[in-house]
Design a protein around this ligand. Structure first.
Ligand code: IMP
Length: 196
């Protein structure tokens, strides 16, 4: 697919190319082009994804003075009382998918949810604006990746309600039909397309 700049434009501050591509594909449907911005941004420790995203976008804005969004996501596993929640990134880096599956050995209730908070900030705004999305599903018993496409993070062990596939077995467009990030991005896009 060729790149053409048209319609509205937004920067997405992230170091995660998968997240960026999910946003690029989804926002294109709304006529919004997106640029990936790699700015170092502070990620505070907090129980609240919204607070983390809002602080990150404010910090990122201070460095680049461009209209931008940042996203923070968490995975909440019911049988583990919401663990790892907002600490998903640390848990992924330390024990990974295999570690999570090990923690859930012999656990019958596999329910889990992903949550996403997208914070937008631009010159002249009093404070960041936040859009949220949630995807309910289950943690599979084994890792399942697609051919070629394998997603990122916990994608191989998360299967949303309504699908037989894990996120890692889906194309980007398919994942966007179910994901927490896509739901938050759609709310952002609906709002942003009406902004001056
Ligand atoms: P982050 O802090 O928003 O980057 O995400 C926290 C952790 O959750 C990271 O380890 C990510 O890899 C993981 N994560 C976030 N979103 C997704 C997703 O859509 N699929 C799978 N893993 C995700």
């Amino acid at each position: 697919m060729s790149f053409r700049l048209k319609g509205k434009f937004i920067f997405f501050a992230t170091n995660n190319i998968n997240k960026f591509n999910e946003a690029r594909v989804l926002l294109a449907d709304y006529g919004i082009s997106v640029g990936m911005l790699r700015v170092k941004s502070l990620e505070i420790q907090s129980e609240s994804l919204e607070e983390i995203a809002k602080t990150s976008v404010t910090e990122a804005f201070k460095r680049c003075h461009l209209p931008l969004i940042v996203e923070d996501a968490g995975l909440f596993i019911k049988a583990l009382n919401g663990f790892p929640g907002p600490y998903a990134s640390y848990v992924y880096k330390t024990i990974g998918n295999k570690g999570v599956l090990k923690l859930m050995e012999n656990v019958e209730d596999r329910e889990a949810k992903f949550q996403s908070a997208i914070a937008y900030y631009a010159e002249g705004l009093k404070s960041p604006i936040c859009f949220k999305g949630e995807a309910v599903g289950e943690v599979t018993k084994v890792e399942r990746k697609g051919k070629g496409k394998s997603g990122f993070g916990f994608d191989p062990i998360f299967k949303p309600v309504g699908s037989d596939k894990t996120f890692a077995e889906m194309t980007t467009a398919e994942k966007n039909r179910y994901s927490h990030r896509a739901k938050a991005l759609r709310k952002f896009a609906e709002w942003y397309k009406h902004q001056q």
